[in-house]
Design a protein around this ligand. Structure first.
Ligand code: ZN
Length: 297
């Protein structure tokens, strides 16, 4: 079985109310990436954040963060595309990644392709109301084809984010068309109770995803749980040969802290590494992950 590829999902747009160790500044992100690498992560996924934690969309900040990460660590780099997703056409959304990729010093290794369009309104079950009602994450087939074509001509590998089985079917069509090359890297997205957009973060939610990943394709899958605890699913993922995407961006993981302190991202990664090793599965180094995923370092 492949060594376990741990992707550290270090910040997303998480606040610090529950866990103050969510990194925001470029140097905090780079330090966290290096610490996660030491703890067993081979990929870091991050969102640039402004000083007050709000989303940062400046490509220069992304360039700065990637340079800082590379100066401290050999961890593979997976920035969000979402920072550039709110406005503009397909070219405007992917162009920052392609620009970053031109210089080895700022080149990311992955760019996410969310393989469909979905409602992303959060649900407040206590109040029995949606917090918003018009939030749509739009990814048309034409836009995704354009992204995939652009990435095929670049050293950046696509990371297919699969929110549900419809996304998986579009992903498989792209592989069929040669728009996404194998080995293809796919994230099976699970979400907590406040975000009904994806499969629920349960054994059944994950099993329903996995059922539609064909075994005759070279697809490397990883599981994440945004807004929920992934740890209960970890033994099943490790046993099934999947990989793990986890971090404080998704869930505060307070139970993994020590001496009453909330854990750092690196402590969450270390907990995953310990469980995998005790189950007999070594964790992958960045170069091993790159080989499995067809990444050119
Ligand atoms: Zn993200």
């Amino acid at each position: 079985m492949q060594n376990l590829i741990i992707e550290a999902r270090i910040n997303e747009y998480a606040g610090r109310e529950q866990n103050p160790h969510v990194p925001w500044s470029p140097q905090e992100i780079a330090d966290t990436a290096a610490q996660c690498r030491e703890a067993g992560a081979s990929i870091v996924h991050f969102h640039a954040r402004a000083g007050d934690g709000s989303p940062e969309h400046d490509i220069e900040v992304y360039a700065d963060i990637i340079q800082r990460i590379k100066a401290q660590s050999d961890i593979l780099i997976h920035p969000t595309l979402g920072a550039f997703a709110n406005e503009g056409d397909a070219n405007q959304r992917i162009e920052p990644i392609l620009t970053l990729a031109k210089d080895p010093a700022t080149r990311p290794h992955f760019a996410p392709l969310d393989m469909g369009t979905t409602n992303i309104d959060a649900y407040d079950s206590a109040a029995k109301t949606f917090r918003s009602t018009e939030a749509v994450y739009t990814n048309t087939t034409g836009t995704l084809q354009y992204f995939a074509q652009q990435l095929l001509g670049s050293p950046v590998r696509p990371y297919a984010s699969l929110w549900n089985v419809g996304f998986t079917r579009e992903f498989l069509a792209f592989i069929d068309m040669g728009l996404i090359a194998e080995p293809a890297y796919a994230c099976l997205i699970l979400t907590g109770d406040d975000l009904p957009a994806a499969h629920p973060g349960t054994e059944q939610g994950l099993a329903a995803h996995k059922m539609f990943i064909p075994e005759d394709r070279n697809i490397i899958w990883t599981a994440m749980n945004h807004g929920g605890d992934l740890m209960p699913l970890l033994p099943g993922v490790i046993k099934a040969g999947g990989h793990v995407s986890i971090g404080l961006g998704d869930w505060p993981y307070l139970e993994l802290g020590s001496r009453g302190e909330p854990p750092t991202n690196a402590e969450v990664v270390a907990a995953v590494s310990d469980i995998s090793r005790s189950d007999g599965r070594e964790v992958a180094t960045p170069s091993q992950a790159a080989q499995v995923l067809g990444v050119t370092i």
